[in-house]
Design a protein around this ligand. Sequence first.
Ligand SMILES: [Zn+2]
Length: 429
Amino acid sequence: MKAFRAALLRFADDGSALYDEDGLLLVGPGPDGRQRVRAAGSWQALARNYPGVAVEHLPGRILAPGFIDLHVHFPQTDVIGSPAEGLLPWLAQYTFPHEARFADRAYAESVAPVFLDELLRNGVTTPLAFCSSHPASVDALMAAAQARGLRLIAGKVLQDRHSPEGVRDETAQSLVDTEELIRRWHGQDRLGYAITPRFAPSCSEAQLRGAGELAAKYADVWIQSHVAENRDEIRWARELFPQARSYLAVYEGFGLLRERAVYAHCIHFDDDDRRLMRSTGAAAAVSPTSNLFLGSGFFDFEGAQRIGLRHGLASDVGGGTSFSPFHTMLAAYCVGREGQTKPGVSLSPASLWWQHTAGAAQALGLEGVIGNLQPGCEADFLVLDPRATPLLARKVAHAGSLDELLFSLIVLGDDRVVEQAWIGGMPAT
Ligand SMILES: [Zn+2]
């Protein structure tokens, strides 16, 4: 068993933040041998229960749950920061040519550690990741994550039409490949598979139907895709699927809305779409830096809360501009404030943080497993230095409440705040 004494941030079941200025986090093997949180709370209340356990004292540090990134593209690691005239030109000019390189397993293997290092440096301990359309890209990323003991969910992109040579896959083979990858990787150690139609316009009806059949056959596998990001894309989806009530309803028609289905963006929704997400148990991966960068629009947090649409935060690198959850939380705050196209709201610092940790875990159907530091959770956590920069040190010295402390970190923080990430009870290297 390992014990840490530091400030401790975690979340109650209702999403409110719990904070112990002087806390204890105890980590040890659970019944299955996996390293889990055994106890978490105030030092004064808990320390006497563990007299023989050596304690690592981390003065001035905060222990916090590892962040979960609900939507990120492994093969776009090097596409980040590429300028273009919106989503569809950006895909054609930068993204598809780059993703084509991932047909080569050796190339994919060379990028996988860069991608995982960058996530961990920024405090992301679980990504829900798109790979490219090539099975080799999935094998490379899964193997790299497995070697580090990381909890990762990823899948091979399906895109059998309206995609250039090099990334376009073949309908029947793409479904065979997907099922083989599910059998090879899903449930191995801490890995999970996600059936991954790129977006409805890039998939034939036969491919979407096949994806839905696999989603029904493997009920605990995840589903990930994009929806309602950009008005040109929505127009295109409506032309291709004129019988569907909305772009989102296309996915429903193929059995692709259910628990463990995570859809990036969900910007241009009406209340019927939001209710459809809620009633099926699907969740939105809100990707604010990407939406601002590509000029796609503003996620309606008020609408999501009013209807009860499950949602959490995501980087969407390479459309997103940062791997840092701090940058994503700040951008989410700004998107929430925007009040010209939808109601403006002020998301609380604790709510922003929850959406990137325990709330994101709930969106994945993994509440109580990751994204929190309650007893029983897997031991993925961060050691944060709230005084990592001179300005932060000044700012947090004057923080009069937990909200003020968390908001200082959200606005001024980046990878420098993340002193160490722990993965399954072991320090990430
Ligand atoms: Zn995306």
